[in-house]
Design a protein around this ligand. Sequence first.
Ligand SMILES: Cc1cc2nc3c(=O)[nH]c(=O)nc-3n(C[C@H](O)[C@H](O)[C@H](O)COP(=O)(O)OP(=O)(O)OC[C@H]3O[C@@H](n4cnc5c(N)ncnc54)[C@H](O)[C@@H]3O)c2cc1C
Ligand SMILES: *[C@@H]1O[C@H](CO)[C@@H](O)[C@H](O)[C@H]1NC(C)=O
Ligand SMILES: *[C@@H]1O[C@H](CO)[C@@H](O)[C@H](O)[C@H]1NC(C)=O
Ligand SMILES: *[C@@H]1O[C@H](CO)[C@@H](O)[C@H](O)[C@H]1NC(C)=O
Ligand SMILES: *[C@@H]1O[C@H](CO)[C@@H](O)[C@H](O)[C@H]1NC(C)=O
Ligand SMILES: *[C@@H]1O[C@H](CO)[C@@H](O)[C@H](O)[C@H]1NC(C)=O
Ligand SMILES: *[C@@H]1O[C@H](CO)[C@@H](O)[C@H](O)[C@H]1NC(C)=O
Ligand SMILES: *[C@@H]1O[C@H](CO)[C@@H](O)[C@H](O)[C@H]1NC(C)=O
Length: 472
Amino acid sequence: MPAALSICLLAALSANHSALVTPSSSDYNSSLAIYNLNLPIYPAAVTYPSSTEEVAAIVKCAAEGNYKVQAKSGGHSYGNYGWGGESGEIVINLANLDGYSYDDSTGYATVGAGSRLGPVTTALYNSGKRAIAHGSCPDVGIGGHATIGGVGPTSRQWGATIDHVVSATVVLANGRIATVSETENPDLFWALKGAGFSYFVVTEFVFKTEAAPVGGVSYTYAFQGLNASAQSQVFKDFQTFISNPDLSWELYIMMVGLPEVLEITGAFFGSLDDFNALGLEQSFSIPPAANVTVIPNWLDMVAIWATESETAEEPAYFYAKSLDILPDALLSNDTIDSMFEYLTTTPDDALTYELEVQLVSGAMAEIASNATAFPHRDVLYWIFAYASTNGTVSETTIDFLDGFNNVIYDAFPNETFYAYAGYVDPLLTNGPELYWADNLPRLEEIKKEWDPRDVFHNPQTVPVGEGSSGEC
Ligand SMILES: Cc1cc2nc3c(=O)[nH]c(=O)nc-3n(C[C@H](O)[C@H](O)[C@H](O)COP(=O)(O)OP(=O)(O)OC[C@H]3O[C@@H](n4cnc5c(N)ncnc54)[C@H](O)[C@@H]3O)c2cc1C
Ligand SMILES: *[C@@H]1O[C@H](CO)[C@@H](O)[C@H](O)[C@H]1NC(C)=O
Ligand SMILES: *[C@@H]1O[C@H](CO)[C@@H](O)[C@H](O)[C@H]1NC(C)=O
Ligand SMILES: *[C@@H]1O[C@H](CO)[C@@H](O)[C@H](O)[C@H]1NC(C)=O
Ligand SMILES: *[C@@H]1O[C@H](CO)[C@@H](O)[C@H](O)[C@H]1NC(C)=O
Ligand SMILES: *[C@@H]1O[C@H](CO)[C@@H](O)[C@H](O)[C@H]1NC(C)=O
Ligand SMILES: *[C@@H]1O[C@H](CO)[C@@H](O)[C@H](O)[C@H]1NC(C)=O
Ligand SMILES: *[C@@H]1O[C@H](CO)[C@@H](O)[C@H](O)[C@H]1NC(C)=O
């Protein structure tokens, strides 16, 4: 790294040598705790600021030195985008920015952008039993989650994590500190809710909060050792059940599994009687092994999801894909049969492969798809396909997952299947189009206005809009 940059960064970090790690530091390699081992990345520098002002000074140094910047919060990007997503960037590791406070009079919580979901959930609950919507993995960072979407067990009641953001403190590409909200810099506030990594570093969020659920019913219906046609039957029954437009918003439901076991699992935020009245168990034509447990406390419920996601949180060599299924493009029985037949052809090097099908809808669909940068409001369910391998992921495994999505694309040759930017797929050649859909042109305009030199960059950030700009 040029001496001038290193001097600038050190000054930005108040001369705290341990807050600056560069390739010549002895702890450089050990500080690179990347999540997707398949995508090794070597940043130009990893910085550990302790305040918004230090973040601002770092961004100024980077912009002056023509370096790209990404913030790192929980480090759970599928493409290691918190580390830049490509080598040579300046990483702003927000680990020290993990403050928390709660204002009883407004019900708003102020959360440092380097916090993880687990501690945030606990702190909210200890603030008079409050909660926000978020995903189920406690190590995911609020920084990456609340700027991309954040869809989880309570999203059918409350929307996504982004829908709880009322304002944020951000550092812009020119190093200026700003507040974004409905009234201050509203275009940036709109962009924050689904595409934040392209525009700024958030250092602090203010969230509106909800009364935490008292608890509810945790359930798993397991189907062991079924052949492809029987698994297909389970999926057909599942799709029929979840496509009922009157299905209770209190139900969180997903299908996970393969190849040995398929599970329909989730939670119901209501009484056991009301859960039973949904008729979920009766909707299966093949009898499952059932585990239906009443959990009388919100944090105990959250702990169950944390336990279930322990393996997924470990770094691994993997590749994964996501796609949106809309209510007016349900999969036909033939397509479902083809999907499960296709899945019997696991590549030799895939240690685990997994399908995760998550019902969205409910409160998520009440919000207009252009109300936030995140556009996936009308989605009925998401299909995520994932494969991890012991060592570098082979072309065969990548082709296997691509081929799985192709089974579905081929069934709807005229349909575009969008993808969720929370589960980035670095191999997509048209990532921004699929992540942001019809919101992309506006995002490009906002990028041109606020970050025309593309300081905040990873391989799939919003491109700088073309055409005339007001600047000279
Ligand atoms: C095991 C696992 C489970 C998951 N479960 C869910 C789930 O249930 N629901 C769901 O919606 N998603 C889920 N995700 C996806 C997750 O929400 C996204 O990957 C998210 O972006 C990760 O945030 P992070 O802070 O941990 O990651 P990071 O790698 O630190 O950040 C991801 C991206 O966000 C940017 N970013 C981080 N902090 C900031 C900031 N303060 N300001 C601006 N940009 C920032 C980074 O620069 C990077 O581009 C899961 C991911 C994993 C790995
Ligand atoms: C870091 O790892 C790289 C590649 O594995 C190696 O070449 C380099 O010497 C290591 N650096 C340090 C400081 O250990
Ligand atoms: C699959 O299993 C079901 C019962 O579980 C059985 O009726 C069916 O014949 C099997 N199909 C094939 C192709 O083996
Ligand atoms: C049933 O589910 C509960 C809650 O997730 C769990 O604690 C319990 O161990 C499960 N029981 C069995 C037999 O798997
Ligand atoms: C698809 O399968 C379901 C469940 O097996 C069945 O009820 C339905 O009639 C089938 N649909 C068509 C169009 O064949
Ligand atoms: C969203 O689209 C509607 C028309 O479809 C338009 O009236 C509205 O202004 C748009 N909202 C935003 C925030 O762009
Ligand atoms: C993974 O690879 C390592 C060495 O490359 C080997 O020791 C280990 O047994 C492998 N694990 C599996 C599950 O194949
Ligand atoms: C796709 O669009 C083409 C051209 O508009 C049309 O001819 C074709 O019938 C459509 N296919 C389907 C499956 O709708």
